[in-house]
Design a protein. Structure first.
Length: 380
């Protein structure tokens, strides 16, 4: 295979670097054989796909109800016992904010996305006594900058990083893509790396050994997705190992949607839906915020689907080139763990969905983020 010959020809120093960064050569060689041969149908699921039942996408309980009060009490007690860890996804390729690592972009005056998350865990400590670990999933492109940024905050806090996987981009013919300088093009393989990368780090085993029970996962840029006692207590009360926050769609919103696949609740990206299934039937979609039982996450055995993604990248000389890369998505965790969906607000001070993809969106959202930050005590 040409890909095998190309990988054999990489300099020994680079091969060692790739191996240390958990590059899976055998997987890339196998995936390269798929490029351009199976088309979009390769990503579609087989089986019976249906919209979720009405009782499978439930709203957040009202605080004034008995259910809501009980959920809040359960959540507060778990936080006070130090049974929760907070994972933020801060990997990727650092390309959407003018080349600046998004975690280090100033979202409010003198406060970066990362600094905001650190303030959140400080607030939880003030309110409940226990120190909530903050674990940051980085990538080869974001790790060094984030490590440097968190150094002044380590004292008195439990902050750690772990790196997601890497792979090499391919041409549309399945060969190894090379930049203008003749080297390979490295990329991070998607937020679906989290379970494997977190296990590999040792953080999860250590957390469990110290009595930890629940992992809260959110994107670094979705500052609406704070750790909330009500939602935590709701999750602990329903008994399933995994909860996923979803929101109502607005306009042409697209993303992973809650479905039933062969009778079980899962998140499916729209490109995975069978032909003829109308995604518009499902009026909610995934926010990429998850609450998961720590032991179930550690023990989960997933047969990950690697999705073929076509992109354009700079070849190193300013020329954009078509490439293929394979990624995995964290929503597929729902295929391995019994899942419940909770519909959360996306508007007002209770909003839990404030994603920021790029600079213009940050500028547009900044007033809303500031209002919510004040309401939740993150800023004065």
């Amino acid at each position: 295979m040409r890909i095998t010959k190309a990988l054999d020809g990489l300099p020994p120093k680079l091969r060692n670097q790739l191996e240390k960064a958990h590059f899976d050569r055998e997987r890339l060689e196998a995936l390269a054989q798929r490029v351009g041969k199976s088309g979009a149908d390769a990503n579609r699921v087989t089986g019976t796909v249906e919209p979720p039942r009405l009782d499978e996408v439930v709203p957040v309980p009202a605080a004034a109800t008995a259910e809501g009060a009980a959920a809040i009490e359960r959540g507060r007690a778990a936080l006070a016992r130090g049974e929760v860890a907070f994972v933020v996804l801060a990997g990727g390729m650092a390309t959407r904010m003018g080349g600046v690592v998004k975690a280090l972009v100033e979202v409010l005056p003198d406060l970066t996305f990362l600094g905001y998350r650190i303030r959140e865990i400080d607030l939880l400590h003030q309110r409940y006594g226990a120190r909530i670990p903050l674990w940051i999933m980085t990538s080869f492109a974001t790790s060094a900058a984030i490590e440097q940024a968190i150094e002044p905050y380590r004292e008195g806090r439990t902050i750690a990083t772990f790196q997601q996987d890497i792979s090499l981009r391919l041409t549309q013919g399945g060969d190894l893509f090379k930049t203008s300088e003749g080297g390979p093009s490295i990329y991070a393989t998607g937020h679906g790396d989290l379970p494997d990368a977190l296990k590999r780090s040792g953080l999860l085993d250590d957390f469990l050994a110290r009595g930890g029970k629940t992992i809260w996962i959110a994107n670094i840029d979705n500052l609406g997705a704070t750790i909330d006692p009500m939602l935590l207590g709701w999750h602990l009360g329903h008994g399933a190992p995994l909860s996923v926050e979803v929101v109502d769609k607005v306009g042409t919103d697209k993303g992973g949607i809650p479905c039933r696949l062969d009778g079980r609740p899962v998140i499916l990206e729209e490109f995975r839906l069978p032909k003829g299934f109308d995604a518009a039937k499902v009026r909610t979609f995934n926010t990429n915020t998850f609450i998961v039982d720590a032991r179930a996450l550690r023990d989960a055995r997933l047969d990950w689907t690697w999705f073929e993604v076509k992109k354009q990248v700079d070849n190193g000389s300013g020329t954009m080139k078509d490439v293929v890369q394979f990624e995995r998505l964290l929503g597929e965790l729902t295929s391995a763990l019994d899942t419940r969906f909770v519909k959360v607000p996306r508007d007002g001070l209770a909003s839990r969905f404030l994603p920021v993809k790029d600079g213009p969106e940050l500028d547009a959202r900044r007033p809303e983020i500031a209002s919510i930050a004040r309401d939740r005590g993150v800023i004065a």
